[in-house]
Write a protein that binds this ligand. Structure first.
Ligand code: SF4
Length: 231
């Protein structure tokens, strides 16, 4: 463990100077099939999968299927699977929606969204990464203040494995330029004023001039699911 932490620390400067492709190539050689991309199937996610598909051997992609994703998100998952010939690994909560309602009451997300995210996202992620040595996320520094400090390569102390954020220095414009230039599939909700897409219960479209993540957890101070360190 100490050796791995030292290795990550030594690699961090090089990683910061690397392109997304270079970083993924290094990580693929280093971690092999014990590395997987976590995808929420927003615009960033498809860019990440596209770059990885050109770079990574044994590409693995998983998604946290909360049971509350939009039909457009499930449709995008199918399109990505067809385009890249992969099977997206769907990580599910241990409680079904009905079991959660029976134990905690109806519409937990409207009362205690942190607990709902813990049950439907954080705990399933914890179980998933237990089988990995490294996970890859599509977060970017310009998305939230807490993400501004994310590095391209870091030790995820919360979940206990290596974390890569290859697109962390990309801008929204760069993401969409890449999507258009490569004619990538993307979530249809992005064309309907949903710049950030999560669960149906906690995502609404944004108005002109609003922050891109203003449509998430409306009425709460919450800005993150709890998946990304440094929150
Ligand atoms: S985003 Fe909302 S519905 Fe989805 S897990 Fe979190 S609180 Fe629950």
């Amino acid at each position: 463990m100490i050796e791995l932490l030292q290795e990550i620390e030594l690699q961090q400067d090089q990683a910061e100077r690397s392109t997304a492709q270079e970083l993924l190539r290094w990580a693929s050689n280093r971690f092999g099939s014990r590395m997987a991309i976590a995808s929420s199937f927003g615009g960033d996610a498809v860019v990440l999968i596209d770059i990885a598909a050109r770079t990574v051997k044994n590409l693995r992609v998983f998604t946290l299927d909360t049971d509350f994703l939009f039909p457009e998100t499930y449709e995008l998952i199918e399109r990505v699977q067809d385009k890249y010939g992969i099977q997206v690994e769907r990580t599910r909560p241990t409680l079904s929606a009905a079991q959660q309602a029976a134990r905690f009451g109806e519409a937990l997300w409207s009362r205690e969204p942190n607990l709902c995210c813990q049950i439907r996202k954080v705990d399933p992620l914890k179980a998933k990464v237990a089988e990995l040595d490294a996970w890859v996320s599509g977060i970017r520094r310009d998305q939230t203040p807490s993400r501004a400090r994310a590095k391209k390569l870091e030790w995820d102390a919360h979940f206990g494995l290596v974390k890569l954020n290859p697109l962390v220095d990309w801008t929204t414009e760069q993401i969409w330029d890449y999507v258009r230039a490569n004619d990538l599939p993307y979530n249809a909700l992005h064309d309907r004023n949903y710049p950030s897409v999560g669960c149906t219960h906690c995502t609404r479209p944004v108005q002109i001039g609003e922050d891109p993540r203003a449509g998430r957890w409306v009425g709460f101070q919450k800005t993150e699911c709890g998946l990304h360190a440094k929150e």
